[in-house]
Design a protein. Structure first.
Length: 202
């Protein structure tokens, strides 16, 4: 994780400065910024649709800007919900090779933990959950949770474990888990199929 760069004595920036944890930018601030930026370039977007842009990516700063740019680039005059949906899918397609590579670098049990969390399971060391998702022993679950946090895939919050990347979470739930259910095969299905069947290279 990024924090290790400053907290690990083996890293070059160890104790380099004071660590500050920044909260997400307030939704209304994003809405005002997006509406103003579109208006400044001669394009129109309502506050409601600007809010949808922010909500679609859970106020993730990078994705708010990327999605806003994609929406702006395909809007001639006025933004519509259809344009936002199309732009969001462009983001998914753009990042798909990265998501596939990220999943292929994980073990079966680590992928199973992600599936469990995607299905809103929080007691990952419970006997029923470990059996249902084939998570292994409680020690394995604990180890894999740490690994997934170190890889910046999961975040341990007061609300439980959450995906750090909202677009990856969307893709994982909508495409990865869906493919697994349809095939009825092992959780570790061939993710390359997702690339071949997508519109990324078409």
């Amino acid at each position: 994780m990024m924090i290790e760069i400053f907290n690990s004595s083996s890293k070059p920036f160890y104790k380099f400065g004071q660590i500050m944890f920044l909260a997400k930018i307030d939704k209304q601030e994003w809405v005002s910024f997006i509406v103003s930026a579109f208006k400044h370039t001669g394009k129109n977007i309502t506050e409601e649709l600007a809010g949808i842009i922010v909500e679609k990516v859970s106020s993730h700063s990078w994705y708010v800007q990327q999605l806003s740019h994609f929406v702006w680039s395909i809007t001639k005059e006025t933004v519509t919900l259809e344009i936002i949906d199309k732009a969001f899918q462009q983001i998914v397609d753009t990042n798909l090779p990265l998501y596939v590579a990220e999943c292929e670098a994980l073990s079966i049990s680590q992928l199973n933990i992600l599936i469990a969390i995607a299905n809103n399971e929080q007691t990952l060391t419970g006997a029923k959950v470990m059996t249902k998702y084939k998570l292994g022993t409680p020690q394995n679950v604990t180890k894999n949770k740490v690994i997934l946090q170190q890889k910046d895939i999961l975040d341990n919050t007061p609300q439980g474990f959450l995906f750090l990347d909202p677009v990856f979470e969307y893709w994982f739930k909508k495409e990865y888990i869906k493919k697994k259910r349809l095939t009825g095969r092992s959780v570790f299905i061939s993710l390359r199929v997702l690339l071949l069947e997508s519109d990324v290279f078409n």
